[in-house]
Write a protein that binds this ligand. Structure first.
Ligand SMILES: [Zn+2]
Length: 419
């Protein structure tokens, strides 16, 4: 009986050893023993006979083993509920190209303390979940997850495809209520993040053109989409003079809405208490499209119209501006915009005058819309994604990890292959 049970146990162990060896796709190594403990399973690995090992730096096959180092341990994906750990004494090989180096491990990246299978699983989960949540899921700590994601991003940035880029959008995102600014650059055709950098100054963003793009890739740029207030226009002229600068629709509309708001605020300051009661909660009425209003809302809007003609002028100006986006012929679009700007200048609304002055100094890049029709809808979506990354993670004390997380979630980076 005892012998039989022992035999069954042996058989089980052989099976699980074979299973793990196959799962890890070991060729020059083998699993010698699987030790089942209460809290974990330990997989002992050894070199298989005299099979050739590879150099950890260049992956070249090496004939000579120089020495055997002390045992190291790697965390792997759990076996059901038991954490799996691999144990192995790494060999140092004599590489004809690199000299004496630690061998290449088929199950992990050279300095990683977890297997590639585990780090890829962690990285995939961290794409949609906070790093804290991911750590809990895999029984790791926050720092381990941060290191794993950081390594995955580093690998991804070195190995991602770099097809020619034609249309990019540059924008900024802020953290901690505008104390920290980051600049993000998107490929608007592929809808993918190209670059994130700390700060929003010209010098900071220059790195995108010199380091990420380089001179050759800058040549293929056709349209660069940005906000009128941004300081990047000179950069585009320096590094990609052939590209058309386009002041994007989203930001122009944002400035327009801000002008409407400024008019409303100024008016509010001048009103009496009784008049204020009528106005309460009307801001959204003005921002809504007129055809979406119901009867009561229309009544309130008409009271509003009676009480304040400046507000109405602002509202009509804002509505009239929107027609600009529909023009197909550049000269007609320009004619319309010039008419609109003249009307706005006569409106006696200071915020609108300010807006017009901004348009006038950037006119070429505003009119470029009609020719390019580039929409930065992708930018908006991505910026929202970045906001949600910022909200779900409290661990980002430094901009460094925040930048890592943004690359990880928005740049569609490749993960290391699981061999
Ligand atoms: Zn080598």
């Amino acid at each position: 009986m005892v012998v039989e049970a022992q035999q069954r146990k042996d058989r089980f162990e052989v099976l699980i050893e074979t299973f793990i060896r196959k799962q890890l796709r070991l060729k020059a190594h083998t699993v010698t023993k699987v030790e089942e403990r209460e809290e974990e399973m330990i997989v002992h690995i050894d070199r298989l006979g005299q099979r050739l090992l590879r150099c950890g730096v260049c992956c070249h096959r090496c004939r000579e083993v120089h020495s055997v180092r002390k045992e190291r341990e790697w965390r792997d994906l759990a076996m059901r509920k038991l954490p799996l750990k691999l144990r192995y004494r790494p060999r140092r090989v004599e590489c004809p190209r690199c000299g004496i180096r630690v061998e290449d491990f088929p199950w992990a990246e050279p300095w990683a303390r977890v297997t590639t299978a585990l780090s890829n699983a962690v990285a995939k989960l961290a794409d949609g979940l906070s790093w804290q949540g991911t750590a809990r899921q895999y029984g790791l700590n926050w720092k381990s997850v941060a290191t794993i994601v950081q390594r995955a991003v580093k690998f991804g940035l070195q190995n991602r495809p770099r097809p020619p880029v034609h249309v990019i959008g540059i924008d900024e995102v802020s953290r901690r209520k505008g104390q920290v600014y980051l600049t993000v650059v998107y490929d608007l055709e592929r809808r993918v993040l190209l670059w994130v950098g700390e700060d929003r100054t010209e010098e900071a963003v220059r790195k995108f053109f010199t380091e990420e793009m380089g001179r050759r890739r800058c040549h293929t740029l056709q349209v660069v989409c940005m906000d009128m207030w941004a300081a990047y226009a000179n950069l585009v002229r320096d590094h990609a003079p052939q590209a058309q600068i386009l002041f994007d629709r989203f930001h122009i509309v944002k400035h327009l809405n801000e002008a409407v708001d400024a008019v409303r605020l100024e008016l509010w300051r001048q009103l009496t208490a009784k008049e204020r009661a009528t106005f309460k909660g009307t801001r959204w009425l003005l921002l809504k499209n007129p055809w979406n209003l119901n009867g009561d809302q229309k009544d309130r809007l008409s009271t509003l119209v009676r009480l304040n003609s400046p507000m109405v002028r602002a509202w009509y100006l804002k509505e009239a501006f929107q027609l600009f986006w529909n023009y197909k012929q550049p000269w007609r679009a320009e004619q319309y915009l010039r008419k609109w700007m003249n009307a706005a200048m006569r409106s006696k609304l200071e915020p609108f005058k300010k807006f017009v002055r901004m348009l006038r100094t950037h006119l070429d890049g505003v009119l470029a819309w009609t020719k390019t029709r580039v929409s930065n809808g992708a930018v908006e979506g991505m910026n929202n994604k970045i906001k949600s990354i910022s909200h779900r993670s409290f661990g980002f004390r430094s901009a460094k990890y925040f930048i890592v997380a943004i690359y990880h979630c928005c740049a569609r980076l490749p993960l290391p292959p699981e061999r």
